[in-house]
Structures are given as structure tokens and as C-alpha cells.
Ligand binder design. Structure first.
Ligand SMILES: Cc1cc2nc3c(=O)[nH]c(=O)nc-3n(C[C@H](O)[C@H](O)[C@H](O)COP(=O)(O)OP(=O)(O)OC[C@H]3O[C@@H](n4cnc5c(N)ncnc54)[C@H](O)[C@@H]3O)c2cc1C
Ligand code: HEC
Length: 393
């Protein structure tokens, strides 16, 4: 594929998530707007700036640091200026396991920090939705994570850093040393100078396990109530589920029959009993797990519902549900949807064991369209109730 010669050279970076800013103009932020030309100045050493600019005399004045360019807006762009690309300044400098204090150069990414810290039992105090950002970018945008209500912004965990001004002055900043520069640089969008290195306070990992609770809510009032009740929960996140309202009740109920679910499952007060009653399924499982048990029934099968497999002395096998058994024969129903029975004589039997395959056939929903499947999911989630919010418009 090639583009016409007149097309502007569109930036091709970030075809993989961890690709750094590639240095080819015009530059665009993560949100792909706007695009500006600039003079790229890759930095390798903490002492490169501002000397490196003076060597480029005749270029437009002004310089702005840029890390991984992951900002949604234009804060990492400088129209016609010098972009000081920091990703070459990517060295870890010092770590104190007693305090969790990690010092590194400005262009070190959070991904790099995690690779170093997690095996040592430490984690980032604040993590954004991507780890492919630099520590200085995280400081300059004072980023937040899903634990914002507990931990505050990234800047709360920065013990100290150094900035270099365009006149070459170096300022050591901490809450007690040049506190004004410290505060102005955290969230300062790169406008107070170039951060060369910073010290971040990592937090100890107390367990490899995470307690998780998923709570469904309907509407902003319930959401705000839940948010208030969740103040002590360390990480919270919520999203609007675009699949869960405006679903069609009648089509969901029809899909339940068309796909034959009703032959084996009960929802409300109708349906078969070959499989578990699905009326309260949404209180037991997340939607994702419900869908997975429909698409891959054999992935998890509870023992109570397992079929039994019999190998006979003549080499034949019989698999099915045991409907009756006594001291000399077992009656097996091979297909839950058909009344046919097979008799296995104990005298003919060689091996008997539980079958890992679910009695529920695969591919049942293949006869349904995507919308019908979503309506079926809503029907299950509603426990067959027409007045469920999933069906509100
Ligand atoms: C998928 C995705 C999910 C995200 N999720 C979140 C989220 O949950 N929370 C959140 O807060 N943000 C989030 N962001 C935004 C991202 O965390 C910030 O934009 C972050 O600042 C990007 O860092 P960067 O290294 O790419 O910086 P850049 O975008 O390159 O630069 C950001 C700012 O930092 C300045 N800067 C860079 N290096 C230096 C330096 N050495 N000295 C001084 N200033 C410097 C730049 O001038 C610019 O103003 C997300 C972004 C993406 C793409
Ligand atoms: C031939 C009978 C049969 C049919 C038809 C059938 N199922 Fe099942 N289903 C079962 C059995 C038996 C189980 C329990 C064993 C297992 O987990 O696979 C089960 C398990 C499930 C589970 C997991 C329930 C739990 O509590 O673990 C869900 C959800 C489910 N079925 C949904 C459906 C839906 C939706 C349909 C229609 C598209 C359907 N089933 C059709 C027999 C059937």
C-alpha cells in the first residue's frame, strides 16, 4: 500500500502499543488532532538540554519536552518549535527497598518501572489506563488512576525531581526544596522546564490476590449511591453498558425457545430441568461468564450435571445421563433432548467415569442474530421478568 505523493506524511507510530514517539513530522497526540510540524531534538543525557538547542541556531525559538506522546490533547505538541524527545533518557538510577523510593530518568516508562518493581514486591502508587507513558509525562499531566479517591494524583507520590530551565539553570524540587517550582511543575504541562530525573514512592504489594466485586447499577442516582458506599474500596471503575437497555423482551423470550434453552432450563416458572434453573443466574455470574457457559458449555461443568461415559468389554462406548440403575444394569439417556434410552449390562461393563463434556450442546445460539443473542442475555439477566430495566427504552 502506498499513499499519493501529495498526502502529508502521516505519523505511523503507535501501530503497537509500546512504540515510542518516532520522531517523524508532522506530530500528532494520542487523540490524532491537531498535527503540527516541529524540530525534533532527541535527548540522551540529562545534560543535553539546553546546549543541544543552541547547536540548532536559526530554528524557531521555544522548546517543549515530549515523552511517549500519549496525551489525548495537544499539550505534548509545539507548533514550529523544538520537541525535546525524552525517551532516550530511560535509565533507572537508584532504588531503596526499605522505603520503596525509585529514582529514574525522565523518559523511563511506567511499563519499565513495573518490570523492575513487581518482581521486587512493589507497585505503582497510581496507574493510568496505559503503562506506555513516561514518568515525566505522568508528572507534567499529574495523571490519575482508578484509586484516585484514595491515593490522589501521581504528583502526590513524587518525592523530588530536577528541572532544567532554558537558560541552563538546574532546580532541585521537593515539597521542602523550592516548593513553588515543585508545585508548579506537577501538572505544569512541561512549561516550567525539562524534568531530567524524578524520585517516585512505590507501594508494597501486600498480596498477589485481588478481591473483586462487580455491582450492576441502573441510572446516575444508583451510581452516585454506590460511589459513596465504595469510598473505602481502593480501586473502583465503572462503565456504561451499552448492551443493557432498550433490549426487546419478546424477542429475548422467543430466542430462548428458538435456541431450545427451554427444553433443559427453567426461567421463572416454565422450562425443563435437565440443566440448572437459570432464573437467578445473574446474581451468581457476570454476563461474560454466562455468555461463556453458553458458547463453551464444556469449559466448566458442575459434577452434578455431568454425563457418564461407559466403555464396554466389546470396545463400544456409551455416553449419557444415568436415569436408572440397579445391581445388574444401568439405563442411560444419551441425548437429553430425546427420549431414547440405552441399557448397559454390568456384566458387559469395563470402565465407568464422569464425562468432561457438558450435556449442553455447543453452538445452540448460532441460529440467532447478534441482537437476538443480546435480547436472550437480557431475558436471562431479567430472570424472565418483563419489567426489568434491561427492557426499558
Ligand atoms: C490508552 C490511554 C489511557 C490513558 N488513561 C489515563 C488515565 O487513566 N488517567 C490519566 O490521568 N491519564 C490517562 N491517559 C493520559 C496519559 O496518561 C497522559 O497523557 C500522560 O501524561 C502521557 O505521558 P507521555 O509520556 O506520553 O507524555 P506526553 O504526552 O509526551 O507529554 C505530556 C505532557 O508532559 C510534558 N512532559 C513530557 N516529558 C517531560 C519532561 N521530561 N519534563 C517536563 N515535562 C514533560 C509534555 O510537555 C506534555 O505537556 C491515558 C492515555 C492513553 C493513551
Ligand atoms: C440439552 C440440554 C440443554 C440445552 C438445550 C441448553 N442447556 Fe444450558 N446447560 C445444560 C446443562 C446440563 C448444564 C449444566 C452443566 C454445564 O454447566 O455445562 C447447563 C448449563 C448452562 C449454564 C450455566 C449455568 C450454571 O449455573 O452454571 C447456562 C448459563 C446455560 N446452560 C444457558 C443455556 C442457554 C442460554 C441455552 C439456550 C441457548 C441452553 N443453556 C441450552 C443443558 C442444556
Amino acid at each position: 500500500m502506498s499513499s499519493a505523493a501529495t498526502d502529508p506524511p502521516i505519523l505511523q507510530h503507535r501501530s503497537t502499543p509500546d512504540e515510542p514517539f518516532d520522531g517523524k513530522p508532522p506530530f500528532e497526540p494520542w487523540g490524532r488532532y491537531p498535527k503540527y510540524n516541529a524540530t525534533v531534538v532527541p535527548l540522551t543525557w540529562q545534560t543535553d538540554y539546553p546546549g543541544v538547542i543552541e547547536q540548532n541556531e536559526g530554528m524557531p525559538a521555544g522548546a517543549l519536552p515530549v515523552g511517549m506522546g500519549r496525551s489525548y490533547g495537544d499539550v505534548c505538541l509545539l507548533k514550529g518549535g523544538h520537541l525535546l524527545v525524552t525517551t532516550g533518557m530511560n535509565r533507572l538510577l537508584h532504588f531503596e527497598p526499605e522505603t520503596g523510593l525509585l529514582t529514574c530518568e525522565a523518559g523511563v516508562t511506567l511499563a519499565q518501572i513495573l518490570d523492575f518493581a513487581v518482581p521486587r514486591g512493589f507497585f505503582l502508587p497510581v496507574t493510568p489506563g496505559t503503562k506506555y507513558v513516561t514518568i515525566a509525562g505522568a508528572i507534567a499531566n499529574d495523571i490519575h488512576g482508578k484509586n484516585h479517591h484514595v491515593a490522589g494524583t501521581f504528583g502526590n507520590h513524587i518525592a523530588q525531581f530536577e528541572i532544567v530551565r532554558s537558560d541552563g539553570t538546574r532546580i532541585h524540587c521537593s515539597p521542602t526544596n523550592n516548593p513553588d517550582w515543585y508545585s508548579a511543575t506537577i501538572g505544569g504541562l512541561g512549561l516550567t522546564g525539562l524534568i531530567t530525573w524524578a524520585t517516585l514512592r512505590l507501594k508494597p504489594i501486600v498480596s498477589r490476590l485481588v478481591d473483586y466485586e462487580g455491582i450492576q447499577f441502573h441510572g446516575i442516582d444508583e451510581f452516585l449511591d454506590l460511589t459513596n458506599q465504595s469510598k473505602d474500596i481502593e480501586y473502583t471503575v465503572s462503565w456504561i453498558d451499552c448492551a443493557s437497555n432498550g433490549r426487546n423482551f419478546a424477542r429475548g423470550r422467543d430466542a430462548y425457545e428458538v435456541a431450545q434453552c427451554n427444553l433443559c432450563h427453567r426461567v421463572g416458572n416454565a422450562g425443563g430441568s435437565v440443566g440448572p434453573d437459570l432464573t437467578a443466574i445473574s446474581s451468581r455470574y457476570q454476563r461474560r461468564d454466562i455468555l461463556s457457559s453458553i458458547i463453551e458449555p464444556s469449559k466448566v461443568v458442575s459434577e452434578q450435571y455431568m454425563n457418564t461415559a461407559f466403555r464396554l468389554k466389546n470396545g463400544d462406548t456409551v455416553v449419557g445421563r444415568v436415569v436408572e440403575e440397579n445391581n445388574n444394569r444401568i439405563i442411560v439417556q444419551p441425548d437429553a433432548l430425546k427420549p431414547d434410552r440405552v441399557e448397559v449390562k454390568l456384566a458387559d461393563l469395563e470402565v465407568r467415569k464422569l464425562s468432561p463434556l457438558s450435556p449442553m450442546p455447543e453452538g445452540l445460539v448460532n441460529v440467532l442474530s447478534k441482537d437476538e443473542i443480546l435480547d436472550l442475555m437480557a431475558y436471562l439477566e431479567a430472570g424472565g421478568r418483563r419489567d426489568h430495566p434491561d427492557f426499558s427504552q
